[in-house]
Design a protein around this ligand. Structure first.
Ligand code: ATP
Ligand code: SF4
Ligand code: MG
Length: 382
């Protein structure tokens, strides 16, 4: 379950542990064919139905898809915080975890998270100290009856060997790092005393307080106004660059993904439809669903009076999943007897680019009839 690996130099002596260039090429987190279902009296909801992706050190993976496609449940399954009747039914999640998370140069171990009990000591150490979550519901992040500072200090004391005084100082520092003014005073506020933007910064501070190597940001800007949204995105990007934290960035907004991500995973009804580098997805999207999503985002070239196309039809009810390809009832390339008969598999169409559609086979280029013009990605600078 846990394989410790300490790199050795060519002479066989233990080498300097981290960062080693070769390790940069190994994923920090690997999710393989993950399936998590809700077993309810009314039926089974296959919320996550075979999701695979890698997160590399210091990289941002954007996960995009319409509401209900399984973005949040995938993250909860990785962190083993699934609610109620939900269970991981198969698949594997592997993390390269620091043995001593207080030491940036600590040797690492490969942990198969799917083999750990959700309440195990190792899993509790991972949540917060190795992988931190910015939850989708901002009000759920802090208890209203304790100050935000005391809650952040509690997390620091749980994961780090420091005194209360030091934990308070770390909290002040992390408040400063996320751009909260008057941090000494603000840490003694309750979450409901903070504006939406400040609360979101405090949530990010909480997530960063134990220096995690992977940050999961689940729709981190939905509850705030557009100006603050841009500031929060800029802050996340800056922190990621300074700290080399890997981020899984979840949103339904492909425009935001273009600004934030290095890699993109497009999900639909619990499955990965397409994944690849941000350049491949924006310049050479292949899956009919990704293309439809891209057509529906405004670009700088869109005329203000032109109505953007929407995706025809609606997402199937979770108890009533279509047979075969889950996108087939909405797909303009639907092939009767093929797309509704069985499920396609994710195939590699080119380097760093995978598509889950019967129109494609391994290393195949795009059929001419499916090639469309999509809006260019926005500039990365915010
Ligand atoms: N507690 C629950 N009980 C039953 N079904 C659930 C529960 N939570 C989520 N689901 C179902 O699991 C599926 C995936 O939900 P999930 O929350 O992961 O979607 P999402 O992609 O995060 O959507 P959104 O963009 O709205 O946040 C949906 O069909 C949803 O209805
Ligand atoms: S498999 Fe068929 S229905 Fe599904 S996206 Fe491809 S063409 Fe469309
Ligand atoms: Mg969600």
């Amino acid at each position: 379950m846990s394989i410790q690996f300490e790199p050795t130099s060519k002479t066989g002596e233990p080498a300097e542990i981290s960062p080693l260039p070769s390790w940069k090429n190994e994923p920090l987190l690997r999710v393989e064919d993950l399936k998590a279902y809700f077993f309810m009296d009314e039926g089974t909801v296959k919320a996550v139905d075979g999701v695979s992706f890698d997160v590399f050190p210091g990289k941002v993976v954007g996960i995009v898809g319409e509401s209900g496609c399984g973005k949040s449940v995938t993250m909860k399954a990785i962190l083993q915080i699934l609610e109620g009747s939900a269970k991981i039914v198969s698949g594997k999640v592997t993390l390269r975890s620091r043995i001593n998370n207080q030491d940036p140069n600590s040797p690492e171990e490969l942990l198969e998270l799917t083999q750990l009990h959700s309440n195990s000591r190792q899993m509790r150490k991972i949540r917060g100290a190795e992988i931190a979550l910015i939850p989708q519901e901002p009000m759920a992040a802090f208890s209203p009856v304790h100050t935000v500072g005391s809650q952040i200090m509690e997390t620091i004391l749980l994961h780090q060997d420091v005194s209360k005084k030091e934990a308070r100082q770390i909290t002040v520092e992390v408040f400063k790092a996320v751009g909260i003014s008057m941090p000494e005073q603000r840490i003694d506020s309750y979450s409901w005393q903070l504006s939406g933007g400040l609360r979101q910064r405090a949530i990010i501070a909480m997530a960063l307080s134990c220096n995690p190597r992977l940050l999961i940001a689940d729709e981190p800007t939905t509850a705030i106004d557009v100006t603050t949204q841009a500031q929060i995105l800029k802050l996340l990007r800056k922190l990621q660059e300074e700290r080399q934290t890997s981020i899984i960035f979840i949103t339904h907004d492909l425009g935001v993904i273009a600004q934030m991500a290095d890699e993109v995973v497009v999900m639909y009804l619990g499955m990965v439809m397409e994944k690849g580098s941000v350049q491949k997805i924006y310049k050479n999207a292949q899956h009919p669903y990704t293309q439809a999503l891209l057509r529906s985002i405004p670009s700088v070239q869109s005329a203000s009076h032109v109505k953007l196309p929407t995706i025809a039809g609606s997402i199937a009810h979770p108890f009533n999943r279509p047979s075969g390809c889950p996108f087939h009832p909405r797909c303009t390339f639907f092939m009767r007897g093929v797309c509704d008969a069985s499920q396609p598999a994710l195939v590699r169409v080119e380097e760093d680019h995978f598509v889950n559609c019967f129109l494609f086979t391994e290393n195949s280029s795009a059929p001419a009839e499916i090639s469309v013009q999509v809006p260019p990605p926005m500039e990365k600078s915010l």
